[in-house]
Ligand binder design. Structure first.
Ligand code: 1CP
Length: 341
């Protein structure tokens, strides 16, 4: 496979400092773009995820409209649950009619081969690569084991995580077995994405912050470590994004991910001091800052680029997904400012 013409993102993943700071935005394809809404007016989210050509079209939208330095595959962290025989509907937030909470529920899960059960994701990867024609690299992704299981066990987005934390504290061995199986599935799933052509992968532990540091270390970290180590063996750089509790960062950084994602709840400078200046970092503008005026966006962006110079390399991103209330013009301004800084 030939190398992308714009390789600034991959250079930074590998620890080099390209001439311009590379930038992409978490959830960069989505509802804030009128072009995305136009496609969603015609097909449901579920149909979109299962249509490789439409996935490629929305994956490329932010590349064309904003000029970002990487594309991220259009999909969702929960489509992999197809491999378990679990139905998810998007309303637009995910809902699972039959959450998995007991040993009996767990024993009914199917653990199919993601290459077969979610083969449409790998078809979408190939369609994206064809459509990108090596303009920028393509990022694949999955939810981390804990975040993926939080939806499976809670049945929806949760505030308190009472069911999954109940499982951890009541039946730690049962939870550990479930994490083990989910980790194995996600290793296969990311390896299949790499084989289909993605140039890098990001693991989203969006809800790890629901746990305190001691529980994160015991119940989550060993599985995340195995996931990252085994996926790195497939040859693509791995970005690890653990969101929501800056106190987890020091532990997360003990995992040999190529890039450590930083959320917006910590100053980038402090995050770099925590993970060490030899690591590559990605982040970390508060996505809601994009709801402010252009001058504020420009000032904050320049501050983050300046702070990022203390790291071995820095990939600019938001500290979480872009808000659907974002003006695409402001998102474009952000990309231009980062490239110019
Ligand atoms: O079209 C629609 O209105 C559906 C909304 C939507 C979209 C656009 C959902 C449902 N998922 C997605 C796409 C998506 N999800 C992408 C690809 C787009 C891109 O990045 O350009 C990615 C990477 C995700 C990942 C994802 N889904 C995460 C991890 C990232 C994060 O935000 O922390 C999570 C937690 C989900 C679950 C999910 N799926 C959809 C929504 C609205 C959510 C979040 C709901 C919640 O907060 O629980």
């Amino acid at each position: 496979m030939s190398a992308p013409q714009n390789d600034s993102f991959l250079l930074a993943c590998r620890g080099a400092r390209p001439a311009r700071t590379p930038i992409w935005l978490m959830r960069q394809a989505g509802r804030y773009l009128p072009e995305y809404r136009a496609i969603r007016a015609k097909v449901s989210f579920e149909e979109l995820c299962r249509s490789p050509e439409l996935c490629a079209e929305v994956t490329l939208q932010p590349v064309d409209i904003l000029g970002v330095d990487a594309a991220i595959l259009f999909s969702d962290i929960l489509v992999v649950l197809d491999a378990l025989g679990v139905d998810v509907v998007f309303d637009p937030s995910p809902r699972i009619a039959a959450p998995v909470r007991s040993a009996a529920d767990i024993s009914r899960l199917r653990w199919g081969d993601p290459r077969q059960e979610v083969g449409y994701v790998m078809d979408a990867v190939r369609a994206c690569k064809r459509a990108l024609a090596d303009r920028v690299p393509l990022i694949g992704f999955c939810g981390a084991p804990f975040t993926t299981l939080s939806y499976l066990v809670e049945g929806q987005t949760s505030r308190e995580f009472e069911h999954i934390k109940g499982l951890i504290f009541r039946e730690p061995a049962l939870f550990g077995g479930l994490m083990e199986s989910m980790t194995t599935l996600l290793i296969d799933y990311l390896r299949a994405q790499v084989e289909a052509g993605v140039d890098a992968v990001q693991i989203f532990d969006s809800w790890a912050g629901a746990l305190g540091p001691a529980d994160f270390r015991v119940h989550v970290l060993p599985h995340l470590r195995r996931l990252v180590e085994e996926v790195r063996g497939a040859g693509a750089p791995v970005i690890l994004f653990v969101r929501g509790n800056a106190n987890l960062l020091a532990d997360a950084a003990t995992i040999p991910a190529d890039v450590i994602g930083i959320d917006w709840t910590i100053d980038l400078q402090a995050a770099i001091a925590t993970v060490g200046p030899e690591r590559v970092v990605q982040g970390n503008l508060d996505p809601m800052a994009l709801l402010g005026p252009a001058a504020l966006v420009e000032r904050r962006a320049r501050e983050i680029v300046a702070a990022g110079r203390a790291a071995r390399a820095h990939i600019f991103n938001l500290g979480h997904g872009i808000s659907r209330h974002t003006d695409p013009g402001i998102a474009k301004l952000l990309v231009d400012v980062v490239h110019d800084a």
